[in-house]
Design a protein around this ligand. Structure first.
Ligand code: FES
Ligand SMILES: [Fe+2]
Length: 438
């Protein structure tokens, strides 16, 4: 357990906050490209506790500026998209994508007041289905060469979902390899062939055993955590009765992403980005190392579970996440259906908006969480001292030289788990239609 002061430091994200200052040093997912294609391209964005509006101007360029008009605060999400910018409907002040006010049509003829008016604006770029924003001081960093950014657009599908809790507890479920044996336990195994686009429905590694059975039968993983140039690598070993070992390699990508295997074909790179202190979005990039992603299937599966325009899940605290005690007795560990996202959502939302870590008791399987918090604390201390160059991926490592990460499931016959995991990953990369070499 940690003190209240430490918990506040690790979780709160508004301007000037400890963790918020660290997160602002990295590109953050601000919206899905899909959102700009639905109707007119003006989208409200609340990110790290700041209210913003994202729009595409008539030159096709994106702008991310303060949502409230700097005149008297009206909501620019209702702005008129015209004259290569956004015009406030209240008195017609007009802003370009940099946030500069370029016209005040109600002010006296010849007035130059508008030259002094510039609202907050942040750099944005679009990469493989997501619009990214940089809200920090100084120039934005280069993007790391992660698989999800390197793969062609045909091989990546992006989606997001709203969770009603702080970003850190959302992230921490992703670096906790033990929970999959319980929270996501299915009491029956589904045919792995029917599992396209879903997690834990494939066969385990190169065996005929469904992942569901393996996770159920071997609930005590041996977990190893290593520091890497992008964050942490977690290796969970499940020693099988026949002498073989199941090796699952997952990653924490600093500051708030994870990269995990989804199936033999796809990985998931997922950001847990704060909307504010008490709400977050997960943004996932599903990356295929084989065929192009079937985006229509992937999108339909997920749209059936979410409401637009805010991507709030249909199962939530208001309807008890669809909890069915009968199902809990016979089919699933949670009684909340087969969608593992709902299980994770319940786990992290049911802790309360910001988990009270003064009352927690971490065990051996929480080693990934302990190591991550240590890293975040060190980053906060560096940011407080203005030493931004000491943060992960800025400390002498060229982000462009960060590839991968290695992320897979395999089954090995001997004890060389590090070598075997890398070998099975290399096989997949060698057969990949895009250049996935690391
Ligand atoms: S409040 Fe926006 S122009 Fe007046
Ligand atoms: Fe999970």
């Amino acid at each position: 357990m940690i003190s209240q002061e430490q918990n506040d430091s690790l979780t709160r994200v508004g301007p000037g906050s400890d963790a918020g200052s660290v997160l602002r040093q990295y590109w953050q997912p601000a919206a899905l490209s899909d959102e700009l294609m639905r109707g007119r391209p003006v989208v409200p964005v609340r990110l790290l506790g700041e209210d913003l509006v994202l729009f595409r101007d008539s030159q096709g360029e994106l702008g991310l500026i303060s949502r409230h008009c700097p005149h008297r605060g009206a909501d620019l999400c209702f702005g008129r998209l015209e004259d290569n910018g956004l015009r406030c409907p209240f008195h017609g002040w007009h802003f370009d994508r940099t946030g500069q006010c370029v016209e005040q049509p109600g002010e006296p003829e010849g007035s130059r007041m508008h030259q002094q008016i510039k609202t907050a604006s942040y750099p944005v770029v679009e990469r493989n289905g997501i619009v990214w924003a940089y809200m920090g001081v100084g120039a934005p960093p280069a993007f790391p060469n992660l698989d999800c950014f390197r793969a062609p657009e045909t091989h990546v599908f992006a989606f997001k979902g709203l969770w009603e809790c702080n970003w850190l507890q959302a992230l921490e479920v992703g670096i906790d390899p033990a929970h999959a044996s319980f929270l996501h336990r299915f009491l029956q195994d589904e045919d792995p062939e029917a599992g396209y686009g879903k997690q834990f429905r494939d066969k385990a590694g190169n065996t005929e055993m469904p992942m569901t059975k393996l996770l159920r039968d071997y609930p005590r993983p041996e977990i190893h955590v290593e520091d890497t140039d992008y964050g942490l690598r977690l290796t969970a070993l499940r020693h099988l009765d026949d002498g073989r070992t199941h090796v699952r390699v997952t990653n924490q990508i600093f500051p708030e992403a994870i990269c995990i295997p989804m199936s033999r074909e796809m990985t998931i790179t997922q950001w847990h980005v704060p909307v504010d202190d008490e709400t977050c979005y997960w943004y996932s990039m599903f990356t295929s190392f084989d065929k192009p992603v079937d985006k229509a299937v992937m999108r339909d599966q997920r749209l059936r579970e979410h409401r637009l325009p805010d991507y709030a899940p249909l199962k939530n605290a208001r309807n008890n996440y669809g909890y069915d005690p009968e199902e809990q007795a016979k089919e699933t560990y949670t009684g909340m259906g087969l969608d593992i996202n709902v299980h994770d959502q319940w786990a992290v939302e049911s802790m309360g908006r910001i988990q009270d870590r003064t009352q927690e008791h971490l065990g051996k399987t929480d080693v990934g969480i302990i190591r991550f918090r240590r890293k975040l604390r060190a980053a906060i201390a560096a940011a407080k001292a203005g030493q931004f160059a000491e943060l992960p991926m800025k400390n002498g490592t060229d982000p462009a030289a960060i590839f991968g990460p290695v992320c897979n499931d395999s089954i090995i016959a001997d004890s060389d788990w590090a070598g075997a995991g890398a070998l099975s990953d290399a096989e997949r990369r060698a057969g990949c239609p895009w250049d996935a070499r690391v």
